[in-house]
Design a binder for this molecule. Structure first.
Ligand code: CDT
Length: 300
């Protein structure tokens, strides 16, 4: 069997004026706690270095770009890379990426226990809207600030298995999980920032935790893979973000769940060989998939 302990490092709110250095220091504390619990991989949330800035409408390019990282690693995140190397623990980190060509992405990386970036993903399903919508109590301007990711849904050899990546809204789409499953992913790591309040359909606000778990559990079961889904949580600049970080088995069972909406580590033992319980049986793709009848899925 291929067993190891994974950790989800949920982050409580990050204030608008909280420095990246402070967020990194909090993540270092969580990394130490994860390591003390035997974890070889720790998963941090989406856009983990700053507050969830797409809640504000901005027009000034310099003001927007200030939320983005132009290099990875850089001086500010170096303590996280150094600590990972010292402890021999890998990690997943979400951040806003500004490329040398001036392109903006909602990005996540996987870093090996040696401190090398071994996986990178740029978010494909960008939720929200492009223009200021005054009627909302807060904005969700991911479509304004980010380009759609251009790396597909990648799967990487790491931690003795195949790791897949997606980010936040991607987890709600069955296509995300199926493409990762077809790519051979055995463990999917993802971060999220999910507000409790969904202004276009507030009647669904009470379902936010349910929809989070429904999406991740279905993705795991229907593709026979593990997932670590990690929130940035709590009351952040007047917008309440759900917590509920979870580690889910290929059976769809939740093995660990955050109990707070603050900084919190959850852990579970992952056995990648357990993917076969599902993939060799009910979701044996080679035996039972019928892709000739799925054309509508990929039609634009
Ligand atoms: N960050 C992110 O993708 N959040 C969305 C919020 C709902 S859509 C406005 C999510 O799917 O959780």
């Amino acid at each position: 069997s291929r067993k190891f302990i994974v950790a989800g490092a949920q982050l409580g709110p990050i204030a608008k004026d909280e420095s990246r250095a402070s967020a990194v220091a909090r993540m270092c504390d969580l990394m130490r706690a994860a390591h003390a619990r035997g974890a070889s991989l720790v998963v941090f949330p989406e856009l983990a270095l700053t507050t969830f800035f797409p809640r504000w409408f901005m027009e000034d390019e310099a003001e927007i770009d200030a939320w983005f990282e132009t290099e990875m690693p850089n001086g500010t995140v170096a303590p996280l890379f150094d600590l990972a190397r010292e402890l021999g623990i890998g990690f997943h980190l979400g951040y806003a990426e500004l490329t040398p060509e001036g392109r903006h992405f909602n990005t996540a990386i996987i870093v090996s226990p040696e401190g090398e970036i071994v996986g990178k993903y740029r978010k494909i399903h960008l939720p929200g809207h492009r223009e200021n919508e005054d009627w909302r109590p807060f904005q969700h301007l991911e479509k304004r600030y980010f380009e759609k990711g251009d790396l597909g849904f990648p799967v990487f050899d790491a931690f003795g298995g195949k790791l897949g990546m997606c980010i936040c809204n991607d987890r709600r789409w069955p296509e995300t999980w199926r493409v990762l499953g077809l790519g051979g992913a055995e463990l999917v790591v993802l971060g999220y920032n999910t507000p409790f309040h969904y202004p276009p359909a507030p009647e669904h606000d009470h379902l936010q935790y349910f929809h989070n778990e429904l999406s991740v559990q279905a993705g795991c079961y229907q593709n026979g893979l593990w997932a670590v889904a990690v929130a940035k949580a709590g009351m952040e600049e007047g917008s309440e973000l759900i917590g509920g970080s979870v580690i889910v088995a290929p059976t769809g069972e939740i093995l660990a769940r955050a109990a707070t909406t603050g900084d919190e580590v959850i852990t579970a033992e992952v056995d990648l060989d357990r993917c076969a319980e599902i993939r060799a049986n009910v979701f044996n793709f080679a035996q039972h998939r019928e892709p000739q009848d799925y054309a509508a899925i990929t039609a634009p």
